[in-house]
Design a binder for this molecule. Structure first.
Ligand SMILES: Nc1ncnc2c1ncn2[C@@H]1O[C@H](COP(=O)(O)OP(=O)(O)O)[C@@H](O)[C@H]1O
Ligand SMILES: NC(=O)OP(=O)(O)O
Length: 311
């Protein structure tokens, strides 16, 4: 099967100090699960998030502003693609060599066209960077003018604009690489948001696209059979974190919509994943989407775990 795998925050971070060494070590563990899919014969394309990483790049930028100019968010997005892509390339290359199944692995700086009038630009919703207490977050908001919000019961974070992805600029290059047996890492951090000017020039915009929506777009555009969203939980649940929590192994699009309408999925965390999977499953007959954890990816794909969303 052709599978687009979207790696979530927990696949890239484990809560330890985010030194380069620790970030690489987490990715070394992550790629074992990706390599399992490749070893099972699947054609895998990798996409990933960047929320914590791009937020930290902005912090580093701001801290060094008296020595060197601060860089805008679209540039920080591209830097996060380079940082994470570099680690995945290095770790997956080695994992495949260890298994005596070497394959070229490459990450591609990916721009994604967004609508310059997207409502997301006037209503920041995408959490990035570290978690703060409410008091710390509000102090940062007044000192630096950033927008902060509570993130799904986990603490306060900076939030930035998050427009909807419309067109993957480097799509043809991604297809060429995939068709030539290269394991491609693309649409990292949801892709760098750009607008297309009348003269055909792309221009970056300060925002972070949701990687679940960007991965869905990538999966549709590559005519993938499956979209797998890997996150911290094995399955999607209703009544999440309540005594009557019920984990779901299968969801039709109609059932998923009913639960979305009931508010069962937290905005900014599980909701975009479910919505991206619903969109992919509805896009063509036979397409399936799966939400599960890294650890359960292999058994979930064999039908023994995870939450499958299909028409
Ligand atoms: N209904 C739900 N079912 C399962 N998990 C949920 C649900 N609602 C919210 N969550 C939370 O969403 C998290 C996944 O979102 P997030 O951490 O933002 O993903 P990512 O892995 O992309 O960084 C899960 O770890 C879980 O804590
Ligand atoms: N860009 C993005 O969606 O990042 P996270 O998955 O880290 O939130």
């Amino acid at each position: 099967m052709k599978i687009v795998v979207a790696l979530g925050g927990n696949a890239l971070e484990d809560g330890a100090a985010p030194t380069a060494e620790n970030q690489l070590n987490v990715i070394r563990e992550t790629v074992v699960h990706v390599a399992n899919l490749i070893e099972a014969g699947h054609e895998v394309i990798i996409a990933h998030g960047n929320g914590p990483q791009v937020g930290r790049i902005l912090i580093q930028n701001h801290a060094g502003r008296e020595l060197t100019p601060e860089l805008p968010l679209d540039v920080a997005d591209a830097m996060s693609q380079g940082l994470i892509g570099y680690h995945i390339q290095q770790a997956l290359d080695y994992e495949l060599k260890k298994r005596k199944m070497p394959k070229p692995v490459v990450s591609l700086i990916t721009q994604i066209v967004v609508d310059k009038n997207d409502a997301g630009f006037t209503n920041p919703t995408k959490p990035i960077g570290p978690f703060y207490s409410e008091a710390e977050a509000k102090a940062l908001a007044s000192e630096q003018g950033m927008t902060v919000k509570e993130d799904s019961g986990r603490g306060w974070r900076q939030v930035v604009a998050s427009p909807i992805p419309q067109k993957i600029v480097e799509l043809e290059s991604i297809k060429t690489l995939v068709n030539n047996g290269v394991v491609v890492i693309a649409c990292g951090g949801g892709g760098v948001p750009v607008i297309e000017n009348d003269n055909g020039m792309f221009e970056g915009r300060p925002a972070v696209i949701d990687k679940d929506f960007a991965s869905e777009k990538l999966a549709e555009d590559l005519n993938a059979d499956m979209l797998i969203v890997l996150t911290a939980v094995d399955q999607v649940a209703i009544n999440f974190n309540k005594p009557n929590q019920e984990n779901l192994s299968h969801l039709s699009i109609t059932e998923a919509q009913k639960y979305v309408d009931e508010g069962q999925f937290a905005p900014g965390s599980m909701l975009p994943k479910v919505q991206a999977c619903m969109k992919f499953a509805a896009s063509k007959a036979g397409r399936k989407a799966l939400i599960t954890s890294l650890e359960k990816a292999k058994e979930a794909i064999e039908g023994h775990n995870g939450t499958v969303i299909e028409a």
